[in-house]
Ligand binder design. Structure first.
Ligand SMILES: Cc1cc2nc3c(=O)[nH]c(=O)nc-3n(C[C@H](O)[C@H](O)[C@H](O)COP(=O)(O)O)c2cc1C
Length: 166
């Protein structure tokens, strides 16, 4: 199996997605990471899926967490996405830079976003180098109107990084 270099542009990075911040709580540990791999699975009840990379601090929390919360970012919040997506909770308390309140499960809810979905985990499984968490929404809220942030590779990587096909 070839090793994965996240700084190298790859075809699968062109699968379109939004940009989200997922927060997790496992006992006394809390964290948030930026996520592009967020999928709706069911409408009634609302069920969503996230995928957590094994190199992330969040992966450790994802093994024990009972809940997670998905925050939908607004176009223009690329800085917030970089904050949660290019630093690790191993090195700093990322959540302390943003206003939060505890959700019904105690999971931190970020207030500066378009909307959030707080979920109870109903399925957890490792696929390859990611753990999949499937969660049924227990609380959700629209915080403000706006256009959701869409993932653009160039927002998170410098242009000098080479395309693999070049
Ligand atoms: C736009 C964007 C989308 C990302 N999507 C995911 C994702 O879906 N799953 C994941 O595990 N990491 C994803 N990442 C990477 C993590 O956010 C990143 O590795 C982060 O530093 C992990 O933080 P942690 O170590 O505190 O968990 C994404 C990063 C960015 C910038």
């Amino acid at each position: 199996m070839t090793s994965y270099d996240p700084s190298e542009m790859r075809p699968e990075w062109l699968i379109s997605s939004g940009v989200y911040v997922v927060t997790l709580q496992a006992e006394d540990r809390v964290n948030g990471y930026s996520a592009g791999w967020v999928t709706r699975i069911s409408e009634v009840p609302v069920i969503v899926q996230v995928a957590v990379w094994e190199r992330n601090y969040s992966y450790e929390l994802a093994q024990d967490a009972q809940h997670f919360a998905v925050h939908i970012l607004e176009d223009g919040q690329q800085g917030m996405a970089r904050h949660f997506g290019q630093t690790s909770g191993r090195a700093m308390d990322k959540l302390s830079s943003y206003e939060t309140r505890p959700g019904g499960s105690g999971t931190p809810i970020l207030l500066d976003c378009l909307a959030h979905l707080e979920c109870a985990i109903i399925f957890r499984r490792i696929f390859g180098d990611h753990t999949i968490l499937v969660g049924e929404v227990i609380q959700s809220e629209i915080h403000r109107n706006g256009i959701p942030l869409i993932h653009n590779y160039a927002d998170y990587h410098t242009p000098c990084q080479q395309m693999r096909s070049e």
